[in-house]
Design a protein around this ligand. Sequence first.
Ligand SMILES: [Zn+2]
Length: 344
Amino acid sequence: MTRPFPAVALFLFAVLAACRAGHSAPDSGWQLTPESEALVPDATLRAQIFRALTAAEKAGTDPSISHFKVRAATIIEKDGQDHVVVGGNTEYSVPEAIHGEASLINHVTALYGRDTTRQALHFIAFFSERCGPSGSCGDCRDFQKASTDYGRLLIVCGQSSDHTVRVTRFTDQLVAEDQFPAASPASLSISPAELLQLLTAAEQARLGGVTLFSASEQTAAAAISYTGKIYRAAGADDAAFHYRYPVGGVLQQAATERDYFLKAILVVGEKGHWPEVRYRDRQYGYESSSFNRSSGKPPITLILSDGQGSYRATTFEAALPKAFSTANFMPQAVEDFLRTHAQP
Ligand SMILES: [Zn+2]
């Protein structure tokens, strides 16, 4: 009676092991970090994430400038079947890029349509040599917000070196404008006179720009630099949908004058409404604020005006959590650039 038991137990163990392997194979080896387990309690979703990570490893990329591969994948459940969809980054020219997550979302839409992207894209899994703290660039945040059910979207990073898997919520990368702290003219880092200069410049700028597709959303920005110079710009759209953002506009003008260190940027929209500052524009502001950080200056103050005397104020660092800039990858290059290019 004692002999069959180990045999049965061994058989059961073998069956259980096969079932477990069946759940994760051929993706065995991926392991959620303890903090991530709580975000993915569902075994089916875990298995889908591991399967997507294994698929992401093989996603094609063409990062000819940065040589930094962004390989992404997801699983779309449709008609009772799981479908793997991958995306990869491509870089070209000046530099421009199609980013990995944008490639993935567009691929899902191309295969299964807009509604499926909204309803069935539950996670984006990145296969990475090293999982760092950074989220998507600002533009990809805008795209994910617009095209997915982003309140539920999970962001996954699978680290190739040890196969640990970190899961976070996409919403960790967002800060709505109504969460920017309220401010008074006296509480700001610029004087009331400078604030008035910025407000006047931004409101005048908003009368311009190009708004063939974006009239109701038009915003404008004005910036003041440490030299005391004011720059202003309004949003401009075009037929190719390569929108030019107002914060990006003022930063480019200031950079053209080798005036790289800005104190504050004020944004206005329609009178009586808080302006929206798109994440792409926050990315431009964050990059520029990293110039301040690299030279020991305070971050740029980002001020919103409702056009009726109320203000909100924050920083691009706070408005774009988990951001990255050139200063992260090439701090010495940024320092050298500023030393050789900034106005004396
Ligand atoms: Zn991006």
